[in-house]
Design a protein around this ligand. Structure first.
Ligand code: NDP
Ligand code: 8X3
Length: 251
């Protein structure tokens, strides 16, 4: 039986890689993002591999999320895997110089978007007593770094929300996983630095970061383990990334 996965932010990076990885495991797909052309291209690429339904959706719009999830065509209406992947970082300025608008966009996307999508899909999972919510958090949710201020805080929300979902869902067969990647080469830095391509590219120069496919493989794995197993969280970095020492200011 084909099961249905709904992926937010499927138009690039990790979300698109998940869309490419899941069909091999028998998943049909609902792909959502704001960029319709990218969704359509991916739908065409996957034709013949699985059934794909696309929905142009801005996860910041709670009413639109609720309507989209309630209005899925019957063939895609039973979502057994929700991948809350849509998200972004904007800017790397220290808190006293950062843009308040950027902060609001990150909160609206990374926090409220995850809330809206989860709240729309989860009741069906609980009613059927099966399903899996996979959130794409970040190492930034656990580990601070200069300029990570609100972005890291949104991912800390995702981490604790994931744990609290598990607490609420105890006694059901619905699973929750938070995947916490480190640096992965996607459109992430291009978005963070608002199209400053050279600055974005410098993030990855001279190193080998994670690839979107590496995270998609983990999504596929956590969704494939036996139903009795819940992978709570997976923190993953490139072998070229690790923690730094605590910083000390000396005058
Ligand atoms: P990309 O920029 O390549 O992809 C981000 C995706 O999110 C795009 O498909 C974009 O689609 C979508 N998106 C952004 N805002 C919205 C919105 N308001 N509504 C709907 N979709 C939206 O970056 P990544 O693939 O790297 O990012 C995916 C997730 O992984 C994010 O949550 C990110 O925080 C997380 N992550 C990334 C890491 C990295 O180093 N790359 C490391 C750790 C976590 P569109 O613009 O078409 O709407
Ligand atoms: C993305 C990883 O280190 O750029 O979440 O915040 S990092």
């Amino acid at each position: 039986m084909e099961k249905c996965a709904l992926i937010t932010g499927a138009s690039s990076g990790i979300g698109a890689a998940c869309a490419r990885a899941l069909p091999e495991l028998g998943w049909k797909l609902v792909l959502t993002a704001r960029r319709e052309d990218k969704l359509r291209a991916l739908q065409q690429e996957l034709a013949g591999k699985t059934k794909v339904h696309t929905v142009v959706l801005d996860v910041r719009d709670g009413a639109a999320v609720a309507a989209a999830c309630a209005g899925l065509p019957p063939e895609f209406a039973v979502v057994d895997l929700l991948v809350n992947n849509a998200g972004l970082a904007l800017g790397l300025e220290p808190a006293h110089q950062a843009s308040l608008q950027d902060w609001e966009t990150m909160v609206d996307t990374n926090i409220k978007g995850v809330m809206y999508c989860t709240r729309a899909i989860l009741p069906g999972m609980v009613a059927r007593n099966r399903g899996h919510v996979v959130n794409i958090g970040s190492v930034a949710g656990s580990w601070p770094y200069p300029g990570g201020n609100v972005y890291g805080a949104t991912k800390a929300f995702v981490q604790q929300f994931s744990r609290n979902l598990r607490a609420d869902l105890l006694g059901t067969a619905v699973r929750v996983t938070n995947i916490e990647p480190g640096m992965a080469e996607t459109e992430f830095s291009k978005v963070r630095f608002k199209g400053e391509d050279e600055k974005a590219q410098r993030v990855y120069t001279g190193t080998e970061p994670l690839r979107a496919e590496d995270i998609a493989d983990i999504v596929a794995w956590v969704a494939s383990v036996p139903a009795r197993v819940n992978i709570n969280n997976v923190e993953v970095m490139s072998v070229n990334q690790a923690w730094g020492p605590l910083a000390v200011h000396r005058s």
